[in-house]
Design a protein. Structure first.
Length: 661
């Protein structure tokens, strides 16, 4: 059979890793020895997948004969012939092809889609024997294996490390066993400290899971439905959807809960009766006093927030102050002041003591603050430059006072609220039930009644919202579109604006349409248009969003600022209609796209950036698709031509050589 190298070239020797868990080299070589290859090892991080390939290369592992490896090299060279040689190093090509020639590879969303396709084809034909993949491989790709290995039963979901659900476990292990080849498949969960065998057994034993519809109407879908079948018929069609079926089934359980709650309310009302008078009216007075006190507290909190916002807008570049609350509590210096546009205010951007760049929110500053001193911020300060942040944070620490900042004066409460509460208290004392010796016993039953009444009201609201929920969402979307002029006043026919929206299929379709409508992109040149439109397709991974991304020029920065305010206006209308919010534009890749559309190499474009080459190419493919739609929907010949040129400027090199996955 194929041979293996005798040891590791640097790093930990083949064998057990820290904590007693088997190393990746040991796992793969053991599976090969036991005849359990081909195998897919699920590792829930891109870095982990690439590291696994590096570890097998360093250990000299070979899972296929050298002649077969040479054939794979020739096949891969033919597939990547259209790629520029200078791009190959950026794409990690040399380790990629070396691993393939030895029978193993990584597979994750950060890779070039073409590379992933090559891995899928070679694994499906059993040309390579081991793949290290993220969980995305388990979704929609036909790559069965003899064995599936799961390194850990937890994964990071963007917010925290969560346990795998039975459905996720089954989705992953469902790759084990090749139809027509294997009698059975094998699932291996690697042992590690703290692993509960019973928990693994529980995951494997669960076999039925409810289907969940993710369908929801969109703005583009709404104008297309209205244009083709009419609003009334469209609503009837949506009423028959699987998502609506699920919503209606959920109502059955809610209705049962509401009925039981009402029976309990009747019993509580009887239990709180008083021989001196109407205890329900007495309890109502107590309830109104409690609510008035809470409203007064909310009013004071609102006054504090308003005063806090005013104090933040008064800060200038270089001002030093203390963030009083939240995860970011501590000293900070302003590097970009607050700015207002069309009634919306963006709060200041700061550098904190720990060198983090953050745009403030009222969660960070729930009460008014004052600058205690000021330091010099370099005119050309770049928040993405680690050295610049470090130097500024050092200056900040030197400048801050050692004594705590002075306490802020309290915001006074409104006198009218106090008078109303006093009046209610007088009514309470004058009520006949106030003299009842069993008053507090009656009050306990009354409190139970009020609490259950609130719960039952919420249940009834859920019933009302879930009944015809999909069609209701569609109707609310149509109301927004009619209000903005994409449907006529009756909301029953598309307007000229609506016809343009019909051609925009992006997730942020209405924001794209509003940007076209307002002329936000009208005067941009080709690279700048590509950069600005990229803010509609870029979605940073997890917590990688840059609060102040670098912009290639003032025109791009201004256009994205305008789009941000258009997005806020859309969100306001969505909030009024209780609709899911459209995501904001994100200029995190505008600088890279501008460089790429200006003809720079992939190496130059990605230098110093955290974005993987595969992510960049995939986003560029989506960008090309959207630019093509914009060219079709453009209101002027000039913008139409600019968009078409932008398509050609982006669709080149590695982007053009790769197919959209």
């Amino acid at each position: 059979g194929p041979g293996r190298g005798g040891g590791s070239r640097g790093g930990r020797p083949e064998g057990r890793a820290r904590g007693g868990a088997p190393s990746r080299v040991e796992v793969i070589t053991t599976l090969e020895r036991e005849g359990l290859l081909p195998a897919i090892t699920f590792i829930f991080s891109r870095v982990g997948c690439e590291a696994a390939v590096g570890q097998l290369l360093a250990a000299g592992v070979r899972l296929i004969p050298e002649q077969q490896g040479m054939r794979i090299r020739r096949t891969v060279e033919e597939r990547i012939a259209a790629l520029d040689d200078e791009d190959l190093s950026v794409l990690g090509y040399w380790d990629f092809v070396e691993g393939l020639s030895r029978g193993f590879a990584a597979h994750h969303a950060g890779m070039l889609p073409l590379f992933r396709e090559i891995v899928e084809e070679l694994f499906t034909t059993a040309s390579i024997r081991a793949v290290f993949a993220t969980e995305t491989l388990a979704l929609g790709i036909n790559m069965p294996a003899k064995t599936v290995v799961i390194e850990k039963l937890t994964k990071f979901n963007g917010e925290t490390h969560a346990e795998l659900t039975p459905a996720e476990y089954t989705q992953l292990t469902g790759r084990a066993g090749r139809r027509g080849i294997d009698i059975e498949g094998h699932a291996v969960v690697l042992w590690q400290r703290g692993l509960d065998p019973l928990a693994v057994g529980g995951l494997a034993a669960t076999r039925t899971y409810p289907l969940r519809s993710s369908f929801r109407p969109t703005y583009n879908m709404a104008v297309n439905l209205v244009a083709t079948v009419g609003r009334e018929t469209a609503a009837e069609i949506l009423e028959t959807s699987f998502a609506q079926f699920q919503a209606d089934r959920a109502v059955v359980g809610l209705a049962t809960t509401a009925r039981r709650n009402q029976e309990a309310l009747d019993a509580y009302a009887e239990a709180m009766q008083c021989h001196l008078g109407d205890f329900a009216s007495y309890a109502s007075l107590r309830h109104r006093i409690n609510r008035a006190q809470k409203e007064g507290s909310k009013a004071r909190s609102a006054s504090l927030r308003a005063a806090a916002e005013v104090s933040l807008t008064e800060l200038r570049i270089g001002d030093v102050f203390r963030i009083p609350a939240g995860r970011r509590a501590g000293w900070a210096v302003v590097v970009a002041p607050a700015r207002s546009y069309r009634g919306q205010t963006d709060l200041p951007t700061v550098v904190t003591e720990d060198r983090q760049v953050r745009r403030l929110t009222l969660v960070d500053v729930p009460r008014p603050i004052e600058a205690v001193t000021s330091i010099r911020v370099p005119r050309n300060f770049n928040p993405k430059n680690p050295k610049a942040r470090r130097d500024l944070a050092t200056s900040l620490r030197i400048a801050v006072p050692h004594e705590p900042p002075p306490k802020q004066r309290a915001v006074e409460a409104a006198g009218g609220e106090d008078a109303r509460i006093e009046d209610l208290r007088r009514q309470l004392k004058a009520h006949p039930c106030h003299q009842c010796p069993d008053r507090e016993e009656h009050a306990r039953w009354a409190e139970r009644w009020w609490r259950l009444k609130r719960e039952n009201t919420a249940v009834q609201r859920k019933i009302a919202s879930r009944t015809t929920s999909v069609a209701r969402t569609f109707e609310r979307i149509c109301d927004v579109l009619a209000d903005l002029g994409y449907l006529d006043e009756d909301g029953t026919a598309t307007t000229d604006l609506g016809e343009k929206l019909r051609r925009l299929y992006t997730e942020k379709d209405l924001l794209a349409a509003q940007s076209l409508r307002t002329g936000t992109w009208a005067r941009l040149d080709v690279p700048s248009l590509a950069a600005v439109v990229s803010s509609l397709v870029h979605e940073p991974r997890h917590d990688d969003a840059d609060p102040a991304p670098r912009m290639p020029n003032d025109e791009v920065a201004e256009a994205i600022r305008t789009m941000d305010h258009l997005w806020r206006e859309i969100n306001d209308r969505e909030a009024e209609q209780a609709l899911p919010e459209t995501g904001p534009p994100d200029g995190g890749m505008a600088w890279m796209v501008h460089r790429w559309a200006s003809g720079q190499s992939l190496d130059v474009v990605l230098r110093g950036q955290e974005m993987a080459a595969g992510d960049f190419v995939r986003r560029c493919k989506q960008l090309v698709d959207l630019l093509d739609q914009i060219a079709d929907a453009a209101p002027t010949p000039q913008l139409r031509e600019t968009a078409r040129k932008a398509v050609r400027a982006v669709l080149r090199g590695v982007v053009a050589a790769d197919r959209l996955d």
